[in-house]
Design a protein around this ligand. Structure first.
Ligand code: HEC
Ligand code: HEC
Length: 342
């Protein structure tokens, strides 16, 4: 008896799938220069400044303060209201929303990997995390809190008196010790390991070949690494990438430097999947829109960074770049909310 239609189909299908599955084995391995990978190695320790060294007591106290709405004038907003772990330590909004629902002029950035930062805010107006933390507490549109009153309020809470005593023996509750504790806690907030890190450490199976090719595109033809460099993917510097917005950014402090007008701090690219919408003005909703923006080269104006040039990516290169960006998000590390002192 000859083969039935069904067996002929099955044989054809088997041959087809065999051809498909054989393909990756004969495809050339993606080779990526080791020097290119070395530039993205995760650090093995957190840098704490000499002026405010690490102690577990400070971290625990800083965490309480970070999640405590009593730090705000209305007792309704904490740092975590805007820098929320579930949204990549942002808030998922195009612009921050503060005291009495006031819309802030810019998007809430992530606090992830702040320990490695050397300058803070989109426009670089704070030099340290300690200096930064005072900003939101006292800003009228953010937490709207009077500092002397805050010290009094915290003094009245027995649990805080004890904890400040342990973390800062002989110093007690002052604006300085409040921000030192918060900054020390913030330095422990680090992007969790992503598939990308496992690949950098030598596990070739950790990310797909398309992402490996995308990593090369990121570092060559797409020019992203000129600003998004190092393991946190930021040069901690300021650039105008040509977004349509009147905000002078860094230019407010450096009015005479043409390239600092409309220039903002390069954000890191860790945990991107949880951090939309993007940019200082929250104007780009998806990573796809971000890449389209870079392909266009941005608005031509005297301040536009010379590194910004229209990209001519092929459809395959673009897909690879997107696949690579997808490997930078690690599992959501559970954050155990602290029980606040009374
Ligand atoms: C009402 C929302 C809101 C609250 C509350 C808030 N922030 Fe922010 N935070 C923002 C916005 C918006 C920015 C960006 C402002 C800018 O750059 O002009 C910012 C910037 C920052 C930055 C700079 C990040 C970087 O990479 O430059 C850090 C760190 C930070 N906030 C920590 C804190 C801490 C600590 C608290 C609590 C004491 C706090 N924030 C409270 C909205 C908020
Ligand atoms: C000239 C320096 C420069 C280059 C080149 C560059 N970026 Fe950026 N990138 C920035 C700056 C600065 C911002 C923030 C701009 C703003 O908000 O005004 C940014 C923002 C982003 C964001 C949004 C992050 C967030 O938290 O909002 C992503 C994603 C991003 N860039 C990816 C890329 C990719 C992918 C490439 C390559 C195609 C690239 N960048 C090339 C400087 C650069």
């Amino acid at each position: 008896m000859g083969p039935t239609k069904a067996t002929i189909f099955a044989l054809a299908a088997a041959a087809f799938f065999a051809a498909v599955t054989v393909h990756p084995a004969i495809a050339e391995d993606v080779t990526v220069p080791q020097e290119m990978k070395d530039a993205y190695q995760r650090p093995d320790h957190i840098p704490f400044p000499e002026e405010n060294p690490y102690s577990p007591q400070k971290v625990a106290l800083g965490k309480l303060l970070y999640f405590d709405t009593r730090l705000s004038g209305s007792n309704m907003l904490a740092c975590s209201s805007c820098h929320n772990p579930g949204y990549g330590w942002q808030d998922g909004l195009p612009k921050g929303v503060g005291h009495e629902m006031a819309e802030l002029p810019r998007r809430t950035p992530t606090i992830l990997n702040g320990a490695w930062g050397s300058i803070f805010f989109w426009d670089g107006r704070a030099g340290t995390l300690e200096e930064q933390a005072l900003g939101p507490i006292t800003a009228e549109k953010e937490m709207n809190q009077d500092l002397d009153q805050l010290v009094d309020e915290l003094e009245a809470i027995q649990g805080y008196r004890a904890r400040f005593g342990e973390a800062f023996p002989g110093q007690g509750i002052t604006p300085d010790t409040i921000v030192q504790a918060i900054a020390t806690y913030e330095r422990t907030v680090i992007a969790s390991r992503a598939p990308f890190d496992d690949w950098i450490d030598g596990d070739e199976e950790a990310i797909p070949d398309s992402a490996k090719r995308g990593f090369v595109v990121f570092n060559t033809k797409a020019r992203c690494n000129l600003c998004h460099s190092g393991w946190n993917f930021s040069d901690d510097s300021f650039h105008d990438i040509g977004l349509a917005d009147e905000d002078p950014g860094r230019g407010k402090f450096l009015p005479d430097i043409p390239t600092m007008q409309h220039a903002f701090k390069t954000p890191g690219l860790r945990d991107l999947a949880r951090r939309a919408p993007f940019m200082h003005d929250g104007s780009l909703l998806t990573l796809d829109e971000v890449v389209t923006h870079y392909e266009s080269g941005g608005i031509q104006r005297p301040s536009l960074s010379p590194e910004m040039q229209p990209l001519r990516l092929t459809a395959a290169e673009r897909d690879d770049l997107m696949a690579f960006l997808g490997t930078l998000t690690g599992d959501l590390a559970p954050v155990v909310l602290p029980v606040l002192p009374r």
